[in-house]
Design a protein around this ligand. Structure first.
Ligand SMILES: [Zn+2]
Length: 786
């Protein structure tokens, strides 16, 4: 313990100028880093379209594209042929001389940028499926074959194809406020989903019954977005950074074999032509059902797939309003269940529907539609009411993928040799997670229309954050700890890292970078930095401001601060612009009691301190030593009779005089008797974060102390803070609820604790003995004949 003199600085410290003490911790001038510097200079200058508040401004504009499409699925050749009429509305104040259209399937063309720029990870090891992919792509003749490109009156238009993008040169400039109508005809071969990684669409072939299941996304030429922030969003598609598209209405006619069931974005317009009377009445019943109702049962799907009627076709007509994309799925294998979700906030009923082959049972029938409803309920709570009439989960052999009202989700149970189906814990929770995730994407980026090509995290980070909230609301111990701060620690310590604010095509460890880290950051922001109320208000404000619009990162960062009143630039910088990690250490705790200035009390204190101090061995071991002054008492004088702490009257008078010169409150402080703890912390990881301490006192009582991250603003690496208490502290734990993603917990304790481990004992492996292997017969199997 240290005796602490209050003489000159007591008032400053006790009155809260703790910063003075913090500033006394030395830091060199050159390495000072202002981790709280405002980010405005890094963000685009606010303007009439995008305000400094993060809201769209009075000058905000957005283009529009409406589609009428007719498409035919060729089940015999796994290809499609389509034609579309696009009405493009130029709402911008700019004159346009060309339009850009996305041809994402060109990624699977023979000499695509994606394929040609794909490096081999290793020359020593390769997965079977990666080599299969290599050969598949060498042979596969994919990509859009454009058969027609004309204006509304049938006149040919000039075009130029660059990778996955097509520029259409307009016959005359499109002035602000004008519309341009044009037609495109196309066809392409579908890829086999299982042969290609990150495919997003394609077909799945079922060897057992010879049928196909089609997941159709990015299947028609789509007009690229043109925005005030980046003009044409026309970079080629490599498979990761997805897309930004304009909102519009879709009328789509899908022709498929007559025994197929089709699920699509939007509402079915001709149920009477494509569904049986029984299916229609079941659909009606499902609208108000408490549990999912089968529209097509397992037995019906089995009969359908066995019959395989390829002689006739049917055309399914769908209409979707105010969507930025359109997807569908088709198969004669589909089991279909549905249930209405009554959305209280706006009184609408949304049809939650699932489509899967019978191979998805048991699992899909139990969980898929329930998971859709759960997703809508949870996501809407934090954003806005789900705006569309349907939400669908469709089984696929692709990885999970999202489109408006349509999601493709892969897991299925496994089938044993005896034909019995089982599923692992991983498959069950994998299915729940992927459905919540992909259905959740309806909010981000399908409604809050995020520029995914530029900012992967704005698509996946927001969605994974809400997914983590929905998973926690599904069951208490939902596996995977998504969003838990501890789940991101290993990544944040890893070497191969880039900041979250990195172009999608250059991301390293993209799952951790674009999904896990921002999702965790938002969870921490909500739980620890802002609190639920402030965060939820600001986040909802962002979602409402930008729904059916195209926000960019600064619009989000600015809205969160503008709506909540929190200065969060330090947080955005640490979590989104750097690869720093969180590691705060309790370096030292100095325990001080106040010097009372009373000479008698101070002398007694000093004597006690001496008496309780350990006796050095050099003194201890000479107890029997006969000293000179013991033998010659006349050597004893005044100083032997009075120790160094002896108090004189002069000191007492001086003390009385000092007291006279003090104000009453100063005298109070001298008598307080409290213990003063100077807690010294260092920021090892570099990321500034709030300091949360659990203090345990000697009497067993506890107190939680929370200090704002702004504690670090004068010195982001070392800080000292005073904590006063009438009770003595026994121990201190930093981040006791594991809420800050602190990477090294060993330095979170005062006093330090032993590090616990489980030691595994093992035998050394024997080297191979070929001679023995050759001599010994193989052990016969139990069931082999004896
Ligand atoms: Zn996603």
């Amino acid at each position: 313990m240290r005796r602490w003199s209050v003489a000159a600085v007591c008032a400053a410290v006790v009155l809260g100028f703790a910063g003075v003490a913090a500033a006394q911790i030395k830091q060199s001038k050159s390495n000072f880093e202002d981790k709280f510097r405002q980010l405005d200079q890094d963000w685009p200058t606010p303007n009439d379209q995008r305000l400094a508040s993060g809201a769209p401004g009075p000058g905000y504009w957005q283009q529009r594209a409406d589609y009428t499409i007719a498409v035919t699925l060729d089940d015999a050749n796994q290809s499609i042929k389509g034609s579309e009429t696009i009405t493009y509305t130029n709402n911008s104040p700019h004159r346009l001389t060309y339009l850009w259209v996305r041809l994402d399937q060109n990624r699977f063309a023979k000499h695509s940028d994606d394929y040609l720029s794909m490096p081999a990870a290793s020359s020593k090891r390769m997965r079977f499926r990666d080599l299969r992919h290599e050969y598949y792509r060498q042979k596969f003749d994919g990509g859009f074959k454009i058969s027609e490109l004309t204006d509304g009156r049938g006149r040919k238009l000039d075009r130029s194809i660059v990778g996955t993008m097509m520029r259409i040169d307009l016959p005359k400039p499109l002035e602000p406020g004008e519309k341009f109508v044009f037609r495109i005809g196309w066809s392409y071969k579908l890829i086999e989903s299982r042969a290609v990684p990150i495919k997003r669409s394609g077909f799945d072939y079922f060897r057992k019954d010879g049928n196909y299941l089609y997941n159709m996304g990015q299947w028609y030429p789509r007009v690229a977005a043109y925005t005030d922030a980046e003009a044409w969003d026309n970079r080629t598609f490599f498979g990761l950074g997805e897309f930004l598209l304009e909102f519009g209405d879709f009328d789509v006619a899908i022709t498929v074999p007559a025994d197929h069931i089709v699920a699509a974005t939007g509402t079915l317009q001709n149920a009477a032509q494509v569904l049986s009377a029984a299916q229609r009445s079941r659909l009606k019943k499902a609208r108000n059902a408490k549990k999912p109702v089968f529209i097509v049962t397992r037995d019906e799907a089995l009969a359908n797939q066995a019959e395989k009627d390829t002689s006739r076709t049917k055309t399914w007509k769908f209409r979707a309003e105010n969507v930025r994309d359109f997807a569908f799925a088709s198969s004669r294998k589909f089991v279909w269940d549905a249930m209405g979700y009554h959305q209280k906030s706006d009184g609408r009923t949304i049809m939650a529907q699932s489509f899967y082959p019978e191979e998805g049972m048991p699992l899909w029938d139990k969980y898929s539609t329930e998971a859709i409803v759960h997703t809508l309920k949870t996501y809407s709570k934090y954003t806005f009411p789900y705006p569309y009439p349907v939400a669908q989960s469709i089984n696929s052999a692709t990885s999970g993928m999202e489109y408006p009202m349509v999601s493709f989700n892969p897991p299925r149970p496994t089938e044993g040799k005896d034909g019995k189906r089982t599923y692992s814990r991983r498959t069950k929770y994998g299915l729940l997670s992927v459905i919540i995730h992909e259905v959740g994407h309806n909010y981000f980026p399908m409604v809050v229309s995020t520029p995914e090509r530029d900012w992967f995290w704005m698509d996946e980070g927001f969605n994974t954050f809400l997914q983590s909230m929905a998973q926690r609301a599904w069951e208490k111990d939902f596996p995977g700890s998504l969003g838990a701060p501890s789940s991101v620690v290993d990544y944040m310590l890893s070497k191969n890292q880039v900041p979250v604010m990195t172009d999608p095509e250059s991301l390293l460890q993209f799952g951790n970078n674009a999904y896990r880290k921002p999702a965790t950051a938002f969870n921490i922001l909500r739980e620890t930095v802002m609190g639920h109320e402030a965060f939820d208000h600001a986040f909802r404000e962002y979602a409402r401001r930008w729904k059916f619009r195209h926000p960019y990162p600064a619009d989000f960062f600015r809205t969160m601060e503008d709506a909540s009143g929190f200065d969060l630039d330090w947080f955005w910088r640490g979590w989104f612009y750097t690869t720093d990690h969180v590691d705060i250490s309790i370096d030292r705790v100095v325990e001080a009691s106040i010097d009372t200035k009373d000479p008698d009390i101070e002398a007694a204190w000093a004597r006690r301190k001496e008496a309780t101090a350990p006796v050095p061995r050099i003194v201890e071991s000479r107890k029997d030593l006969v000293r000179r002054i013991d033998e010659n008492p006349d050597l004893v004088d005044f100083y032997n009779r009075n120790d160094a702490h002896t108090v004189s009257d002069r000191q007492r008078k001086k003390y009385a005089k000092t007291l006279e010169g003090l104000e009453d409150w100063q005298k109070e402080l001298l008598k307080s008797g409290d213990t003063l703890y100077f807690i010294e912390l260092s920021n090892v990881g570099g990321l500034v974060m709030p300091v949360i301490l659990e203090i345990v006192f000697e009497d067993g009582s506890r107190e939680e102390v929370r200090w704002q991250a702004s504690l670090w603003r004068r010195n982001p690496f070392k800080v000292r803070k005073l904590y006063t208490s009438a009770r003595k502290i026994r121990s201190i734990t930093l981040d006791p609820h594991l809420e800050t993603a602190d990477a090294d917990l060993e330095n979170n304790y005062w006093p330090r604790r032993p590090v616990k481990t489980r030691l595994e004992l093992f035998k050394a492996r024997k080297s191979r003995n070929l001679m023995k292997e050759m001599q010994e017969p193989e052990t016969p199997k139990e069931d082999s004949p004896k």
